[in-house]
Ligand binder design. Structure first.
Ligand code: NAD
Length: 259
């Protein structure tokens, strides 16, 4: 099916592109192809060197620094978007972080600092960004999506504190959807199967996860950035107009299997 005009003229702000493998980059390319205008943020100068050429390659007008733990930077991003575009239609949140030592071994050994850091960057940031987006989306409604993983629901070895952060993220999606729904702002999560990215490489035994997913998933394969992007297009376009507060699995069916 052609998607050329699905998001014609829509203004999209993307958090979470690190490189061309990023899930957020797959979503961005699909939204660009669907007629959207995109703005990007990057975490730091090292990543700016990766993100800027990608963003400029699809004609991005706004490329801004943003560490989601820096409130001033977050505010400045939304101020700049409001100034340039006079509003916002779609927000992509594809940001997560946990200390490497917290993504291996026993969850019970997670430090206070590691726990709070994972929750702050991976879950609270959605709340902070949604709060800033609300006034920019209020006039015409909008759509916010975030990325989650099965480890939010079930114990996945080594995913540990990130599973707890994703559980908080998915619950935050529901509470945000309830708050923002009256302003026609929809909030949803996509729970993606494992995909080889920079963030994924921080999880011990990630290659094994890819192998197991491929073997056990009903579709007998792993998902791609394009698979996730397809669901993002659905959720953020009028096709998903009646959907909010959901966590939608894009995992080749892995999560439905009992044994
Ligand atoms: P990625 O490394 O490409 O993206 C993670 C992004 O988070 C990076 O762009 C990084 O700069 C950003 N980030 C980290 N700390 C930040 C901070 N303090 N401020 C702003 N940005 C920060 O990896 P990805 O796999 O594309 O991850 C995107 C999202 O998808 C994450 O939420 C991840 O948990 C989720 N996810 C990934 C998989 C997978 O297997 N790759 C599966 C399910 C869900």
């Amino acid at each position: 099916m052609g998607t050329e005009n699905l998001l014609a003229g829509k203004r999209v702000l993307v958090f979470g592109v690190a490189n061309e493998r990023s899930i957020a980059w797959g979503i961005s390319q699909a939204m660009h192809a669907a007629g959207a205008r995109l703005a990007f943020t990057y975490l730091n100068e090292a990543l700016e060197r990766r993100v800027r050429p990608l963003a400029e390659g699809i004609g991005s007008e706004l490329i801004l620094p943003c560490d989601v733990t820096n409130e001033a930077q977050v505010r400045e991003v939304f101020r700049a978007v409001q100034e340039a575009w006079g509003g916002l239609d779609i927000l992509i949140h594809a940001v997560a972080f946990a200390n490497k030592e917290d993504l291996e071994g026993r969850f019970v050994d997670t430090s206070r600092d590691g726990y709070l850091k994972a929750i702050e960057i991976s879950a609270y940031s959605l709340v902070a960004l949604a709060r800033e987006a609300e006034p920019l989306m209020k006039e015409n409604g909008g759509s916010i999506i975030t990325l989650s993983y099965y480890g939010a629901e079930k114990v996945v070895p080594n995913y540990n504190v990130m599973g707890v952060a994703k559980a908080a993220l998915e619950a935050s999606v529901r509470y945000l959807a309830a708050d923002l729904g009256p302003s026609a702002i929809r909030v949803n999560a996509i729970s993606a199967g494992p995909i080889k990215t920079l963030a994924a490489s921080g999880i011990r035994g990630f290659r094994g996860m890819l192998g197991i997913a491929e073997e056990k998933a009903p579709l007998r394969r792993n998902v791609t950035q394009a698979d996730v992007a397809g669901a993002a297009l659905f959720l953020c376009s009028d096709l998903g107009a009646g959907v909010t507060g959901e966590t939608i699995y894009v995992d080749a069916g892995y999560n439905i299997m009992g044994m």
